[in-house]
Write a protein that binds this ligand. Structure first.
Ligand code: HEM
Length: 400
């Protein structure tokens, strides 16, 4: 990566991955957005943008802003990362096309209709048991416990070994940032997680009635290779767990910080969907994603050379006042669609329907079964290069 600042472009000297910024990221997000349509991050020699219209435009210009050089900080055409690139996320068409088509078909509205009953029953059961306890950690006992049960069950994963899922996913997301202490600690803490995932993504380790088996059926039909099928199963294990965990945790936290919004949800539990959508806009678990310029190009009058990393600040774009009035306000009645938490264009999150279904089931159960909900301790944040979330959210609840 070059660290020479290009001429005529706004430059920021701060570090989006320092512990201080991660503890309180909004000021840096705001600085990126306000500095200009494209800003040079001098510390890393990469471009960044936090404007909604620019982020959206780059997502849609996939021929120029490519994913096949990696969607994290590492240019995978020049350096290797800790694991093999994803067969969907880190690909451009035509390589992206077949794997994407399979995942889109698999995670369709039809599949969601099949999963809904099971997810809703599990959410009701879990929330009832927590209400009976009265005090619990909503980040661990609810936001984490729910996706860690329903998603692996839906994929058809074995019961044993699931404790490796979050450590694996942690390495995956830390490794998308710079090689700093967070990344190194994540690798140390992961233990046997990579071996577990290598085993769990195999055909023999999956039940024959889950989403994983359907991916292998696509291999049997000749749509993808056996190896690609394994790597597609891996995407569930890396992209599908803590993103949703953190999204649900932020939704619960925002409701407690905004009693008027919590009252609205309690009065009308069907607003659960809106709560999650507004949470994704206001406090997305996925704040940044990267692209690389395939050729020299220009964005709003700023010249970018070929082979440059561009970080899309999704969290900043989601609070762009040019797109949403009063963007810092958490308002479950606003039209939050168009937020960038799931990306946009050909790589827009293929798991978004299942993430929404999970969150809707949990938030609807909370709305129907919880009478009051208050914080009884300081929430703890997750320090991550590539995700935002809570690791602790101590609450006291009463029954509805
Ligand atoms: C709230 C939860 C989630 C958030 C915030 C989230 C966020 C994202 C974002 C921002 C992207 C776009 C990446 C890019 O443009 O390069 C993405 C893509 C993707 N997500 Fe999610 N995700 C979530 C849940 C899930 C779940 C549950 C799954 C799996 C079932 C999943 C699987 C994927 C995959 C496979 C891609 C790559 C799609 C492609 O490249 O075509 N995600 N996600």
């Amino acid at each position: 990566m070059t660290s020479v600042a290009p001429t005529d472009a706004p430059v920021l000297d701060g570090d989006p991955f320092s512990m201080e910024t991660l503890a309180d990221p909004i000021p840096f997000d705001t600085a990126v957005r306000e500095a200009g349509p494209m800003v040079w991050l001098a510390k890393y020699g990469v471009w960044a943008t936090g404007r909604h219209a620019v982020v959206d435009g780059i997502f849609r210009s996939w021929g120029t802003f490519i994913s096949s050089a990696g969607t994290g900080m590492t240019n995978t055409k020049r350096e290797t990362t800790w694991r093999r690139p994803s067969v969907i996320l880190d690909q451009d068409p035509p390589d992206h096309t077949a794997t994407r088509a399979i995942m889109t078909r698999l995670l369709s509205p039809r599949t969601m209709r099949k999963l809904k009953e099971q997810f809703a029953a599990e959410a009701d059961r879990l929330v009832e048991s927590l209400v009976a306890r009265g005090e619990f950690d909503a980040a661990l006992d609810l936001a984490e416990a729910f996706p860690l049960t329903v998603l692996p069950d839906a994929v058809g994963m074995a019961r044993e070994g699931r404790q490796h899922l979050l450590p694996y996913s942690n390495v995956n997301f830390q490794a998308m940032g710079p090689r700093n202490r967070l990344w190194e600690e994540a690798v140390e803490q992961a233990g046997d997680a990579a071996e577990y995932v290598a085993w769990q993504m195999r055909r023999e380790a999956l039940t024959d009635d889950g989403l994983g088996a359907e991916i292998y059926a696509a291999a049997d039909a000749g749509e993808i290779t056996e190896e690609q099928a394994g790597l597609l199963v891996r995407t569930f294990l890396s992209a599908g767990v803590d993103t949703t965990v953190f999204g649900i945790g932020f939704a619960l936290h925002s409701l407690m910080q905004n009693p008027d919004q919590w009252a609205l949800l309690r009065a009308q539990p069907s607003l659960a969907k809106h709560v999650f959508e507004e949470t994704l806009r206001h406090t997305p678990p996925s704040p940044i994603i990267g692209r690389t310029t395939k050729t020299a190009t220009e964005v709003d009058g700023i010249q970018l050379e070929a082979d440059q990393k561009v970080l899309l600040f999704l969290a900043a774009a989601n609070r762009d006042p040019a797109r949403w009035p009063d963007p810092d306000r958490f308002d479950i009645t606003r039209q939050a669609s168009g937020h960038m938490a799931f990306g946009a264009g050909i790589h827009a999150c293929v798991g978004q329907l299942i993430a929404r279904l999970e969150a809707e089931c949990v938030l609807s159960a909370v709305a129907r079964k919880v009478g009051s909900m208050e914080l009884v301790g300081e929430p703890q944040i997750k320090y991550s290069n590539w995700l935002r979330g809570l690791t602790s959210l101590p609450v006291r609840v009463t029954a509805a």
